[in-house]
Design a protein around this ligand. Structure first.
Ligand SMILES: Cc1cc2nc3c(=O)[nH]c(=O)nc-3n(C[C@H](O)[C@H](O)[C@H](O)COP(=O)(O)OP(=O)(O)OC[C@H]3O[C@@H](n4cnc5c(N)ncnc54)[C@H](O)[C@@H]3O)c2cc1C
Length: 361
């Protein structure tokens, strides 16, 4: 059972399509039939791409992999019984389970957020609401506050300012250390210049409450807010807590080098939902995609026999952050560069990914 149609499982389906699994029944359980390619979300928000240009259809890949696609979301997992419960109340049993369900919005982290903020996860639901704002079906906010100073929050603030224009004032509440604290100084400086160019107010403070017309910050400021966008780091799906699987402190599934759960070897996990105990890495689409091929190999061996292979994710990855307008900032380790050419480079990489994944070869 492949639970979740995320970046890693897309690669698993491709691998199974190229070399079908003999004598195994493969089931893909996913609430959405398209995978939203995360790297292009800020570009789509800014209006540079249409929604269909930034997502990949899952049914052709499932069909090519001879997998049955079931449209549903899991709401429970009993690892001892090898059973998942779906949101329609039904249950499904598995012999081998692979989890690639991403992370969820941590709406409980800030009082008032659950009722009043628009969370970026699930990205599919966020996309529907954003389209309505961007094309004017819903009145655009006068004061938009983005809560979260990581890459997602910073890119979203820039994309929103570009798309909504001068009628909307954008504020980025970026935490005490300011935006992109985990990035090298060169990236922070270039992204700060982009934020200044876009006239985004950056507040190095923590949001402690969201009220109907303002946000409340730890330092006492209460900036006006018609709409808050919540872009905090993703949280683990809460129902995993009762699954019986070994979890890390954040509630993510602890896995080892073969991508197997540390407590239940018949359960595999990759992407944001997994936590590599031996090789921790940032949660990102890049790492989720890269885990797909080794995951496919080890699922195949778990079913058909053979030694499972350890997988070590790369230490560094190329980071490309978009700046709302058609410019971007690239970083590789300590090196950084910015400009229109970086955007065109990123655009080529992203469009090639989408083109390569419109249908299985
Ligand atoms: C705004 C934004 C911008 C980002 N930009 C970048 C970027 O430029 N580069 C980058 O590398 N990363 C980026 N990220 C991070 C990236 O989105 C994630 O790290 C990546 O999507 C993780 O991939 P995944 O396969 O783990 O999960 P996902 O891609 O989130 O896929 C999980 C899938 O599982 C499904 N699912 C969820 N719950 C269930 C359930 N209960 N049952 C069944 N299915 C379920 C979901 O519908 C989804 O289709 C960005 C994130 C955000 C929010």
């Amino acid at each position: 059972m492949l639970l979740g149609g995320g970046h890693a499982h897309l690669q698993v389906l491709r691998a199974f399509a190229a070399d079908p699994l003999p004598a195994a029944e493969v089931l893909l359980v996913t609430p959405w039939e398209r995978l939203c390619y995360s790297g292009m979300v800020p570009g789509w928000m800014a209006g540079h791409y249409a929604a269909h240009e930034v997502s990949v259809p899952l049914p052709p890949f499932a069909q090519a992999a001879r997998a049955t696609l079931r449209r549903a979301a899991a709401v429970g997992l009993d690892a001892a019984a090898r059973r998942i419960t779906l949101d329609d109340g039904s249950t499904l049993d598995y012999d081998v389970l692979s989890l690639d369900i991403g992370s969820v919005a941590d709406s409980d982290a800030i009082p008032g957020a659950a009722g009043q903020a628009l969370a970026v996860r699930p990205i599919e639901a966020f996309a529907e609401r954003w389209e309505r704002l961007a094309d004017g079906r819903d009145a655009p906010p006068r004061c938009l506050v983005v809560v979260g100073g990581g890459a997602a929050g910073t890119e979203l603030a820039l994309a929103a300012a570009y798309r909504l224009g001068a009628a909307t004032h954008v504020t980025l509440v970026a935490g005490r250390s300011g935006p992109l604290v985990h990035y090298p100084a060169g990236v922070r400086r270039r992204m700060r210049q982009a934020l200044d160019r876009a006239r985004i107010t950056v507040l190095a403070d923590r949001c402690v409450a969201i009220e109907p017309d303002r946000v409340v910050l730890a330092g006492g400021a209460r900036p006006a807010c018609d709409l808050a966008l919540l872009a905090l780091g993703g949280a683990a799906p809460p129902w995993l807590a009762a699954s019986g699987l070994a979890l890390d402190d954040g509630g993510f599934v602890s896995t080892g080098p073969t991508l197997q759960s540390l407590s239940h070897p018949e359960v595999f996990a990759a992407g944001d939902v997994a936590s590599r105990v031996d090789a921790p890495r940032p949660k990102s689409g890049v790492y989720a995609l890269r885990a797909g091929a080794p995951l496919a190999l080890n699922l195949r061996r778990a079913l058909a026999g053979g030694r499972l292979e350890p997988y070590t994710p790369q230490r560094r990855s190329l980071n490309l952050l978009s700046c709302g307008e058609r410019t971007a900032v690239a970083s590789w380790g300590p090196f950084a560069a910015a400009g229109g050419w970086v955007w065109r480079w990123k655009d080529r990489i992203d469009r090639r990914f989408i083109a390569d994944h419109q249908a299985p070869r």
